[in-house]
Design a protein around this ligand. Structure first.
Ligand code: AGP
Length: 608
């Protein structure tokens, strides 16, 4: 998703904005640019490519400015190119934008009729000309407000005006924008990491907030110009290691730090001797939970896979009905959800547009809402009735790894809460389940310790064109996740499928060129998946089998085996995810892919 940042203060604004864009690179982008006041108005420097390409054109004749805005673009309308890169300008007005102006074609027609000439294919450029048009008759602030009354869609924008060069105006609607308050300096950005090295004092702006920054300070108002008071929060220094920490890629670092991340997810949340989970950490009211009829979970991508696994945990441990939806579907299906239901959003970033919309739709229909989120202060967390932070630390790699396993841990904890409240789990069983949870970090260390075996499998298979991932029960969502990890970082086509569905079609795909990854669980379904392996082998397929170490002896026909430590069926889903993450990572590296910032992907999809 696009990244935006603005700075006003006493320091070198362009340096700080370019540095801020570096901290936003993880969001995924294809072009970048900056703008700053200069002798001849507002100067724009931008390019297709990466921040290093932008630095080449910014620093060949170093600008000196105390005000600047910057942008990394993730293309929605218009190809990645210099002319589509932000900032965009219209005479006096220059702006950067994260979001989509949905009625831009209508506005573009009106503006063209007024004589404006467009130089890009973007929706954003429309906003520039619209503000410029109103700035002929109104002040800079009024012109921005008037323009936004005409525009429909999602936006976080930062605007400069040549007629008021010591001012930055920022506005947000359905796209994140956070104000950083430093010592005599101010930042506006999509996300805290853009300026966190300079200040942790932040204001998370609300929808339709407008903020005007000047060297003297900031003013926040609504779109009618009425001043608003917003709470200043403090985000502690980022967990040490929001950098690569000696690893080749963030993704590998984040896979390896899962033992610590999962321990952090548990910290302060469990009472092992009592077999209890700290309900206060979920900010949930026990009385409300007792009255819950059904639980709905809405999410996207990897978080949706966690939701699917969570269904098995909650229904089997707590015996509460669970419906899982892709958030992008839930919001449009007129869901039968109401006051006796709980809607759970699962979202690493807390800014995914579809998940936010689903959460708002559930709330509008009267449901209680819980956000399971990894980003402190994110929109989903602030708008939900309750939030459970996964505390897995900053996840910079676009492909989610530690956030995913932390989500599974969170759903396991939530299942134990619901089970103790509903009486479906006795104290001793709960004590045992929490004891097993506490052993997972060390078991993941063991899997990581056998990484070389996974690298060997990757070397055998990295040239394949298609993969199948098969699992049953709670391992079906993990099969989906393993396939997503592979396709999003190695660009190999991969499908996750319920193993029982093989014979209903996918088996037609099987030949020696299609590796099939089987996730074999230790329970009653084991025999059925073992017979699926035989079906594949009988057709010349290659079988990669991932299963508990203690059962590997039962597999006669696997071409490759990956063992994991033994655990209970629910936490087996957590352990199984790790070798699949490593397999995808090493195949991606062997194929020379940009595993931290895969093509076309964004870390947080803040548009529909
Ligand atoms: C994960 O590997 C993907 N990058 C993507 O599917 C992601 O899980 C999805 O966009 C949801 O993001 P969220 O968890 O921040 O809402």
């Amino acid at each position: 998703m696009c990244g935006i940042i603005g700075y006003i203060g006493r320091e070198d604004a362009v340096d700080l904005v370019v540095e801020g864009l570096r901290h936003l690179e993880y969001r995924g982008y294809d072009s970048a640019g900056v703008a700053f006041p200069a002798d001849n108005g507002i100067e724009v420097r931008r390019c297709k490519g990466k921040i290093k390409d932008l630095e080449a054109i910014v620093y060949n004749d170093k600008p000196a400015a105390n005000v600047a805005i910057g942008h990394t673009r993730w293309a929605t309308h218009g190809v990645p190119s210099e002319y589509n890169a932000h900032p965009h300008s219209s005479d006096n007005i220059v702006l950067v934008h994260n979001g989509i102006i949905e009625n831009y074609l209508d506005l573009k027609k009106d503006l063209t009729d007024l004589g404006y000439r467009f130089t890009s294919e973007t929706d954003t450029e429309v906003l520039c000309h619209l503000i410029d048009r109103y700035s002929r008759d109104y002040t800079f602030e009024e012109a921005v407000r008037m323009a936004l009354k005409d525009a429909r869609g999602a936006y976080a924008i930062l605007v400069l005006s040549a007629s008021d060069p010591q001012k930055i105006i920022g506005v947000r609607k359905d796209s994140p924008l956070v104000l950083g308050i430093g010592e005599g300096e101010f930042f506006l950005a999509s996300d805290v990491p853009a300026f966190h090295a300079r200040t942790g004092r932040v204001i998370f702006l609300e929808d339709n907030d407008m903020v005007v920054l000047s060297p003297e300070g900031y003013r926040i108002m609504d779109l009618s110009g009425n001043t608003l008071e917003r709470e200043i929060e403090f985000i502690p220094p980022m967990a040490a290691g929001a950098d690569k920490g000696g690893y080749k890629h963030y993704m590998l670092k984040e896979i390896h730090e899962q033992p610590r991340a999962l321990s952090d997810t548990l910290r302060g949340r469990i009472f092992p001797e009592r077999g209890e989970v700290n309900l206060g950490e979920f900010m949930l009211d026990e009385g409300m939970l007792r009255g819950i009829n059904r639980i709905f979970i809405g999410a996207c991508g990897t978080s949706w896979h966690a939701a699917l696994a969570g269904k098995y945990m909650i229904e089997q441990i707590a015996r509460v009905p669970v419906e899982v939806d892709l958030a992008s579907e839930f919001r449009y299906r007129s869901p039968l959800i109401g006051e006796k239901d709980l809607f759970v959003s699962i979202t690493q970033s807390g800014e995914t547009a579809d998940t936010l919309a689903a959460q708002r739709e559930a709330k509008r229909r009267g449901a209680q809402t819980l956000s399971i989120c990894n980003a402190l202060g994110a929109t989903s967390a602030r708008e939900a009735d309750a939030v459970f932070y996964t505390h897995s630390g900053p996840e910079i790699g676009v492909a989610s790894t530690k956030a995913f396993t932390s989500q599974l841990f969170s759903l396991y904890l939530f299942s134990l809460i619901m089970a103790r409240i509903g009486g479906s789990l006795g104290k001793q069983d709960a004590v045992g389940m929490i004891a097993e949870l506490l052993r997972v970090p060390e078991k993941i260390e063991k899997i990581i310790g056998s990484e070389d075996a996974i690298v060997a499998v990757a070397k055998e298979l990295f040239k394949a064109k298609d993969f199948l991932y098969l699992g049953r029960g709670i391992l079906h969502p993990i099969a989906l996740e393993g396939a997503l990890k592979l396709k999003e970082i190695s660009y190999i086509h991969a499908e996750g499928y319920p193993a029982g569905e093989m014979k209903h079609g996918p088996i037609a795909l099987i030949d020696e060129d299609v590796p099939v990854v089987f996730l074999v669980q230790s329970g009653v379904l084991k025999e059925k998946v073992l017979s699926n392996i035989s079906e594949v082998k009988a057709r010349g397929g290659r079988a990669v089998v991932v299963m508990s170490d203690k059962l590997l002896g039962e597999v006669q026909q696997a071409d490759y085996t990956i063992g994991i430590p033994d655990t209970n069926p629910y936490l087996e889903a957590v352990l199984m995810a790790v070798p699949l993450q490593l397999l995808a990572y090493h195949i991606g590296v062997l194929r020379g892919c940009d595993v931290d910032q895969p093509r076309n992907l964004a870390k947080s999809v803040t548009v529909e």
